[in-house]
Each structure stands twice: as C-alpha cells, then as structure tokens.
Design a protein around this ligand. Structure first.
Ligand SMILES: [Zn+2]
Length: 446
C-alpha cells in the first residue's frame, strides 16, 4: 500500500517534470466520438464525389465491376439511356410517400407496395435506407436493400402496367485505391485529407501496432502510403475495407507490410521478406495517447532534489479510452490495489513476463481473474481511480517479476512465412510492393 502511494506521488511530480522537459511531441488525438457522425458523413460525401466523378480525387483508384449478368447496368460508361433516382427514407416515412417522391403516381405506388408484399413488406422500411428507381428502354426497375445480402427488385416491363417482384442478391462492387499523406499534427487529419475512411486508418494503425507506438513515435513529417480494397454496395456505402499493402515512414525509418493468405488459409501481414508483422507484445496498450511520464528506476529531481523511481510508463488519454492487453496471457489479478486503483495484472504465456495496468475507470465486460486474454483484447478503460491527478494509464512490463522499461524492451516476432511458401509469397506480393515504391516523391538522386 505504501509503495503504491509512493509510486503515485512520484508520478505526480514526474508528470510535472515531463512537462518541463517535453520535447516537441505532435498532437495526436483520435476524434472524439461526437464527431463520428460528422466524419462518417464527410467520408460518405468524399466517397460519393469519387464515385460520381469517376477518377475524382485519386486518379489511381480503379473501379472493378463484377463480371456478372447485370440486367440494368448502372455503370455510367455503358448506359446513357438510364435514368437513376434515389430517395432516402426519413423517420416516420411511408413507402407510398417515398415512391411518390420518386415520381410514381399514388395508385401506382400502392400497386407496387401490394406486389412487393408477396416477397417483402415494404411497410418495414427503415429510415436512412434508400429507394432506387432506374428507368431504361426496358422499363422501370425499383430496388430496396432488405439486408446486407439481399435486395427487393420490382420490375415493370415497358408498355405494361403490372409489376414483378423478386428477392435477389445485392450487387457488391470492389475497387482498389491508393492513398498517401504526410502527417502534420494528427494521423487522422492526414488520412482524411488523403481520402481514407476511419476504418482504413484504424486498420493501418493496427498493422504497425507492433513496431510503431502511435502515441510516442509519431512525428510531423512522417509519411504513409496505403493500398487497399474497398467493397461497397449499390448505394455507394462502404461495406468493408482491406489493406493490401502499406508503408509508414516514421522518423526516417521505413516500415512496410503486405497482406498474404498462407496455404492454411490464415491471412496476416508480413514484411516484404516474409517476417511476421506480429510480435509477442504490442508496442503500447493504448492507441492515440500521449506519454506523460516515462520509466526511470532512479532519478534525482533537478529542482526538488530527491530521488523517486517510476517503474512504468504513463499514457495520458481521455477517460474511457480502451486499454488493450499487449500480449496473450491470463488475468492473474483483477481488483483494487491501493494507489493503483482498479488494477489488472496479466501473466503472459511464456511465464516470464507480466504486464500491469492501473488507474482504470472500469474493467471491460466479462474480464475475470484466471481467464485467458488475447493480444489486443480490451481489458478495461482509462480512468483515474486510486491516486492519480488526471486520467491516464500507468503501465508496467515485468520480466521475472522485475520492472523493465516497456519502451525499450525488444520483442521477438511471430512465425514468418513458411520456407516452402516463400517463393509463392514473394511472387504474390511483388506487384503490391512495386506499387508502394512507385510515385515516391521528394527523393532526388544526383
Ligand atoms: Zn505511473
């Protein structure tokens, strides 16, 4: 108990110390959740710009239309005789009203709803969803996405009055994009300027999480380049985004990763020479935070003159920020521990290492003593329980029971690509790595 108090006293004044000594650390903050809808809308808007504009902002974006029978192709290049209209449903909306806004007459709209009822009750429509009307030489088509896989399709043949309804698989498109940017202030800002959605940015952070501590290592001037595949539906909504290859230049050091499916079907990211990007431990337990106090076993305070140890690293982050287990292991302790407040100790699988997480606001749901946790799993949330002057995570890395500096400890990588598979790996990933290399600007060879 007294140790814990001592610990936190040291924490208080070393936080002050780090403020005095603070180097130029870039501001790196995830946007607060209240901005998510705005960012989402913005990303959507950007996407629509790209979609409608074809080449748009990223001239290298390739659009792939699936090779399948497509009764009423909506690809602008193939059909000029098409007229497409979308109508978004608002809350309290009625199918008939929305159909009328699409230009159908009242009795026509009622007929359509009645026909649709054989397959899908249009009175179940949800706000935010879209009614789509496509006019062509062939007649009129009406589409409504029922769920992630299926859509309702109504068709009226040219010159006829009756409608046919069917439920069919939704059209999913995919395209490959390349985004690149330079960090000035925040990664999210730079990624947004590059036209990347938040999901892709988070994926990028996850790929390099073993090598780059995005809280500590990031600098203005760092660059990134990402090749990713987006899958989106016929309303232009992104369903999935997978990074195929990525590069991050951090403080002059280049990190590259490629996605590869191994013979056993497992998909993971590797370095260009086939080493795993994964390591036994993540570089930091909190994404997007700021280090407010570093590890020092004995240091004389330059002003106050006395010596205190700080056996961990403090990550200052907003209260409620998720805390991730940095490696696989089991919960050896969970509970209140004096000045540490809400505290979790994880003993890792090699039995030599353990990690400690303190001052939590709360534990993640379902976390119990003795249970196994996976690397990256959320175990709790940043808070200031126990003795802490502000919300932060006090994090310790212990080797055979002794605290070591989490920021300098070296972690061995996970299993590389199997030797027998290496030729296939190199062959498959070469084009992507070639693309990463291309259009590298700012390099002058003389
Ligand atoms: Zn601390």
């Amino acid at each position: 108990m007294s140790n814990a108090f001592k610990h936190d006293f040291s924490e208080k004044f070393s936080a002050g110390l780090s403020r005095i000594k603070k180097r130029k650390l870039p501001k790196l903050s995830a946007p607060s959740p209240r901005w998510y809808p705005v960012l989402g809308a913005l990303a959507g808007f950007l996407f629509i710009l790209l979609f409608i504009g074809g080449a748009g902002q990223d001239a290298r974006a390739r659009m792939t239309v699936p090779h399948e029978e497509w009764l009423n192709a909506v690809h602008p290049a193939v059909s000029t005789a098409l007229r497409i209209r979308n109508e978004q449903l608002h809350s309290g909306d009625h199918a008939v009203a929305a159909l009328q806004r699409l230009g159908f007459g009242k009795s026509e709209s009622h007929r359509m709803v009645a026909t649709a009822n054989e397959k899908y009750q249009l009175k179940n429509v949800r706000a935010g969803q879209v009614f789509k009307r496509v006019d062509s030489d062939n007649g009129i088509d009406f589409y409504y996405n029922v769920d992630a896989e299926k859509r309702l399709h109504l068709h009226q043949q040219k010159g006829q009055t009756d409608w046919q309804a069917k439920i069919e698989p939704r059209k999913i498109y995919s395209r490959q994009r390349i985004s690149s940017g330079t960090i000035e202030g925040s990664l999210f800002g730079a990624a947004e300027r590059a036209g990347m959605d938040q999901r892709t940015t988070m994926n990028l952070v996850d790929i390099f999480a073993w090598d780059i501590d995005f809280a500590r290592d990031m600098r203005s001037g760092d660059t990134f380049k990402v090749i990713y595949e987006e899958r989106y539906d016929d309303n232009g909504k992104t369903l999935e985004s997978n990074i195929l290859a990525a590069q991050f230049v951090n403080q002059g050091k280049t990190y590259q990763a490629v996605r590869y499916e191994q013979a056993d079907g497992k998909v993971s990211y590797f370095t260009p020479d086939g080493k795993s990007m994964r390591k036994a431990y993540l570089k930091a337990p909190v994404k997007f935070s700021r280090i407010s106090s570093r590890f020092h076993l004995k240091r004389k305070h330059p002003i106050l003159g006395y010596t205190r140890a700080h056996r961990g690293v403090d990550y200052a982050a907003p209260s409620g920020t998720p805390i991730h287990a940095i490696g696989d292991g089991y919960i050896a302790f969970k509970g209140w521990k004096g000045g540490y407040g809400r505290f979790i100790l994880i003993r890792h699988n090699n039995r030599q290492h353990s990690t400690a997480y303190a001052h939590m606001r709360r534990y993640a749901r379902g976390i119990k003593k003795g249970m196994h946790v996976k690397q990256g799993q959320i175990i709790g949330y940043v808070g200031m329980s126990g003795l802490a002057t502000g919300p932060h995570l006090h994090f310790e890395f212990r080797s055979r029971g002794r605290a070591v500096n989490p920021l300098t400890v070296k972690h061995p990588p996970a299993k590389p690509v199997a030797k027998s598979e290496l030729p296939r790996f190199l062959q498959q990933t070469a084009p992507l790595l070639g693309q990463l290399k291309q259009q590298q600007t700012g390099l002058v060879w003389s």
